[in-house]
Design a protein around this ligand. Structure first.
Ligand code: GLU
Length: 312
């Protein structure tokens, strides 16, 4: 029996797209935008607009313990101040629980997901990789829900910026968590359901998420959802070689210097922004910078490797 044929199509209730390219920026509200996240937002915006596409913003707010109150609104404000205006309404993952639960239920019914109560320590003993069903010690205690990784589990894709990528999900990842013991939905589950729901055709994001992509493709295949085209831009790192993230306290970008932030981000993506436009003495508007960048956007210029921000 092909158990997967009974899986739902989580996209049934979405409106029809008006353009064949739909991109998105999906920040987590764990803090305001910093330079690294501005670069990711800008790259996904430019790639969408240079291809006459739509650019959506989705708030990945499914992890309340990691969220900072007010950060979602601050991020939206920062995007607006930098001229990065999105198409359509913002989708909040915190309002999508019904869709996630319905997919989890169907996966379980189809025998593709199972409960697990393994501790971190038990997982560590297996090199962090969970293979196959485990025994439920206490049915009344909280459990996580894991995806059963079955054949074929070798996933490959061509990344726009990083080239050919391949990962064996069974060997390198194992049965991944879809719903956590603490009752939170896993990022991998929510992102796959929502990218399909929003009919995303192109995912342009930071290379820190490159490792997650084969897991997402695997899950898309299990759910019979389309796989978008992926492009991972190099993540901006600081002088100490750390990724600029809210966790390592990368400074929030200042709305007061929006033009300058944007000019630096455009050059970070290696677009040859002329000095006449980049100069802070010049009253160039963010919109002018973005118009120039859309016209000059070239995927080939973006370097695939991690580079230091220090050069800016
Ligand atoms: N919300 C994730 C983050 O801020 C990004 C999700 C994605 O682009 O898939 O790291």
């Amino acid at each position: 029996m092909n158990t997967e044929s009974s899986l739902p199509d989580p996209c049934t209730d979405q409106s029809s797209p008006t353009s064949s390219y739909i991109g998105r920026f999906a920040p987590s509200p764990s803090g305001p935008l910093h330079f690294g996240s501005l670069v990711s937002a800008l790259a996904s915006y430019l790639d969408a607009k240079a291809n006459s596409g739509q650019w959506l913003v989705r708030m990945d707010d499914i992890d309340p313990p990691r969220e900072i109150s007010g950060a979602a609104d601050t991020i939206l404000q920062q995007l607006q101040q930098h001229g990065l205006h999105w198409d359509g309404p913002v989708l909040y993952q915190s309002q999508r629980s019904t869709a996630y639960l319905s997919v989890l239920e169907q996966l379980q019914k189809a025998g593709l997901a199972y409960p697990c109560q393994c501790t971190r320590q038990q997982l560590k003993e297996n090199g962090g990789i969970h293979h196959g069903r485990c025994e439920i010690q206490d049915p009344s205690a909280p459990s996580a829900l894991r995806l059963s990784v079955v054949d074929p589990h070798q996933i490959s894709f061509n990344d726009i910026f990083q080239g050919f990528q391949q990962q064996d999900i069974k060997l390198q990842v194992g049965d991944m968590v879809l719903h956590r013991k603490d009752n939170l939905f896993a990022y991998q589950l929510a992102v796959v359901i929502d990218d399909a729901y929003q009919k995303i055709t192109h995912v342009i994001r930071g290379s820190d998420l490159l490792d997650s992509t084969p897991r997402q493709i695997y899950l898309q295949q299990k759910l019979k959802l389309p796989t978008p085209i992926y492009g991972h831009i190099p993540v901006a790192i600081n002088d100490h070689g750390q990724k600029l993230s809210k966790q390592n306290l990368a400074v929030a970008i200042d709305n007061k210097t929006a033009q300058n932030n944007l000019a630096i981000a455009i050059r970070w993506l290696r677009l040859p922004l002329p000095n006449s436009l980049a100069s802070t003495n010049n009253l160039t508007h963010c919109d002018e910078l973005l118009t120039w960048a859309i016209e000059h956007w070239q995927r080939e210029l973006v370097p695939p490797l991690l580079e230091r921000l220090a050069s800016n």
